[in-house]
Each structure stands twice: as structure tokens, then as C-alpha cells.
Design a protein around this ligand. Structure first.
Ligand code: FES
Length: 300
């Protein structure tokens, strides 16, 4: 089947470097306005384990689609106006979460995301105008504007789908590790070769692993950051207590990704701070006759 011509346009949008100065300015505003780390983590979706934005958009989309159905039937003017208003109000927190995620993406993703956001802002503005018209008793133009808003938000949704499913923004970039890593125990390295208290990288069965030694305890995570595949072995080693918002007195070691500063606990793989929302795959390790071996629980 031939792909839609619009797909080609969107693919070209990924290379539209002329959008980068605008992205830079918007990104600066987002980082200035949404500053506290805890707020950014909540908006990214760290507590729920996946991005909040796709959940939050369900409310305006549901309200606006329902309004479109009611607008097609006579006698539903009041209910339809309420739904248009609910959609316009609930679009605001959805947009805030979306901009927070967008501010930590690659340039190609930000270009598509910028147009996605512009379409959604335009749609929300059109719906607000629809509400004004309805309040003035001009039901015909109110309904026409609402259908225009629905068309615009659908175009924005198409770009959002491209951003997520083609450009892999917001998805877990470590998901395939349990399907690629072979079952059982595998040789990692002689214990003596692993520097104590440092981050190193080792490859086992073609999978890059982040290795951190604490005496005879060896912490091993996937080296590919679950956010956007950053190389964690190039990141910074910190104690959890040093992370803003971290638990005071908690000295467990963690790694800060070099790309967007997601922070993971080295002993558990847990996300301590976003933008990543998915934990890093955690490998079991054992020492046999001075040789460190690793195994991935749950490997296929
Ligand atoms: S790649 Fe973005 S935080 Fe690691």
C-alpha cells in the first residue's frame, strides 16, 4: 500500500533546521518556567513510569470528539458548549506536560514536536473562538469553528503519532534488551580488571553494559539510557543524596546520563529523576573463581 503523501512532508519536517532557532527560544522559556526538578519529574511521568502527556490529551480529545457528535444532532447546544469548554481548559495541563517532554528531545524530534504543538495551540484557540460564538448565540458559526478545530487537532495528532512511533520520543529505549540478551550466566570480566568505584562499559553478547564495582558487589545495568539511548558509561557517578530532591543521607550510587541528566540508581536501575520514565534493565552478577558473570532475569 502506498503511504500517505503527508508522510513525506512530515519526514521532510524532521530535517527543517530553520525551525531550530525557534525551538531554542521555546526550550529556554520552558526550562525557565518549569524549573523545580520535582515538577519536571511529575510532568514527565516519572512516578507513573511512562509519559503523562499521552494520558492527559485523552481529556480534551474525548471532550471535543463528543462535542462534534452532539453538534451533529439537534437540541444539544448547551451540552456541546460545556464539552468544548472542558476540552479547552484540559488542553492546558496536557500542553504543559508535552512541552516538558519536548524540551528534552533531539533536534529532529523537536522540529516535528514544535509543529505538533503549534497545531494543537491553534486548535485550542479555534475551540475558544467557538465557545465565544456559542455564548453570543451564534450556534452555526460556533459549530463550524468546532469542526475546524477538530480537523486541526487531528493534524496535530498525526504529528504526535509520528513523533512517538516513527521518531521514538517518549518510548522505552531499553525495552528490547530482555529479548536480545541470551538466557543464563555469561562471562563479564575478571574481577581484578574492574576498577573500584568507577563506571565502565563492557559488551556481553553484543549488548553494551554499564558496570560499577563496589568492592565485591558489581552493579550492572544496560548501558543504553531508556530515555533516548544515551551512553550511560559516559555519565557522572553520584550519590543519591547529591541529586536535587534526593533522599538526604542516602548514599546509594547512581548514574546521571550525559545527554539529558536522567538519573538511575545503580543497584536497582530505578529512575531517580527524569526525563526517563522507564527503569534501566538490571543484571544479576556473581563472582566465580575471580571471574564476574552476569545474567538478566526475565531474558527470553
Ligand atoms: S538519553 Fe536522555 S536522559 Fe539519557
Amino acid at each position: 500500500m502506498m503511504p500517505l503523501p503527508a508522510l513525506e512532508l512530515v519526514a521532510r519536517l524532521e530535517d527543517a533546521a530553520w525551525l531550530d532557532p525557534v525551538s531554542k527560544k521555546v526550550r529556554k522559556v520552558v526550562k525557565t518556567v518549569i524549573r523545580p526538578r520535582w515538577a519536571r519529574d511529575v510532568l514527565h511521568g516519572v512516578p507513573v513510569g511512562h509519559p503523562v502527556h499521552p494520558l492527559a490529551v485523552q481529556v480534551p480529545m474525548g471532550a471535543w470528539i463528543s462535542a462534534a457528535v452532539l453538534d451533529a444532532l439537534p437540541g444539544n447546544e448547551r451540552a456541546s458548549a460545556v464539552l468544548v469548554g472542558v476540552g479547552a481548559l484540559s488542553a492546558v495541563p496536557a500542553a504543559v506536560a508535552g512541552f516538558t517532554d519536548w524540551s528534552e528531545l533531539h533536534p529532529q524530534q523537536q522540529r516535528v514536536g514544535l509543529v505538533h504543538a503549534a497545531a494543537n495551540i491553534a486548535a485550542t484557540t479555534i475551540y475558544a473562538a467557538s465557545l465565544v460564538q456559542r455564548a453570543r448565540g451564534r450556534q452555526g458559526s460556533g459549530k463550524a469553528l468546532a469542526y475546524l478545530g477538530l480537523g486541526t487537532i487531528s493534524a496535530g495528532g498525526f504529528l504526535g503519532g509520528h513523533l512517538t512511533y516513527r521518531q521514538a520520543a517518549g518510548v522505552n529505549h531499553s525495552e528490547e534488551i530482555p529479548h536480545r540478551f541470551p538466557q543464563g550466566w555469561h562471562k563479564l570480566a575478571p574481577l581484578a580488571d574492574l576498577p573500584d568505584g568507577k563506571l565502565t562499559k563492557r559488551d556481553v553478547a553484543g549488548i553494551p553494559l554499564l558496570v560499577h564495582r563496589e568492592g565485591n558487589r558489581i552493579n550492572v545495568l544496560s548501558d543504553v539510557c531508556s530515555h533516548l539511548s544515551g551512553p550511560l558509561h559516559e555519565g557522572k557517578l553520584k550519590a543519591a543524596a547529591e541529586i536535587p530532591g534526593g533522599t538526604a543521607g542516602d548514599n546509594q550510587p547512581c548514574v546521571v546520563c550525559p545527554w539529558h541528566k536522567s538519573t538511575f540508581a545503580l543497584r536497582t536501575g530505578e529512575v531517580l529523576s527524569g526525563p526517563a520514565t522507564a527503569r534501566q534493565p538490571l543484571f544479576s552478577s556473581r563472582i566465580t573463581d575471580g571471574l564476574v558473570e552476569v545474567c538478566l532475569p526475565g531474558a527470553d
